[in-house]
Design a protein around this ligand. Structure first.
Ligand SMILES: [Zn+2]
Length: 147
């Protein structure tokens, strides 16, 4: 399968996680972790449900993937996340030694790339803009509903 098609396919899965978050009243961010073209973890933001500011989609996904793999490193894995990771999650992804990160929409307020681009390991490959409009639209709908 072509890599770009692959990225869109897995990002759709991350978006469906973000929709779950939306339905639960959580800021709609979703993530999946893929290893050998197989989804090994699916997660969405749970900060309200768990009363935990660290319960971002990426953090949940990292923990779940490590448990599936039986090891703390995610060296041959790709994380797909609908919104650009914040510095906390970028730091965690660096600790996990993830090999690739694909995100949808950029986050010009909380995104790691503006605040702390050096957080990621230099060997970590990053791609962005995959289904960005869908991710952004879900966020927009969420915050309109909150006002
Ligand atoms: Zn985060």
């Amino acid at each position: 399968m072509d890599d770009i098609l692959n990225d869109a396919y897995f990002m759709k899965q991350a978006l469906s996680e973000a929709e779950k978050a939306f339905d639960e009243g959580e800021v709609p961010v979703g993530a999946v972790i893929v290893c050998n073209r197989r989804i090994i973890a699916r997660a969405h933001n749970l900060t309200e449900t768990l009363n935990d500011v660290t319960a971002h989609a990426e953090m949940q996904a990292i923990t779940a993937a490590a448990s599936v793999l039986g090891g703390k490193y995610l060296k041959d894995c790709t994380l797909y996340v609908t919104i650009e990771p914040c510095p906390m999650c970028a730091g965690a992804l660096a600790w996990a030694q993830i090999s690739r990160i694909v995100y949808g929409a950029g986050d010009e307020k909380r995104g790691y790339s503006l605040i702390a681009p050096a957080l990621l390991h230099p060997k970590t490959e990053v791609a962005s803009g995959v289904l960005a409009d869908e991710a952004r639209e879900l966020m927009r709908r969420f915050f309109v509903g909150k006002r």
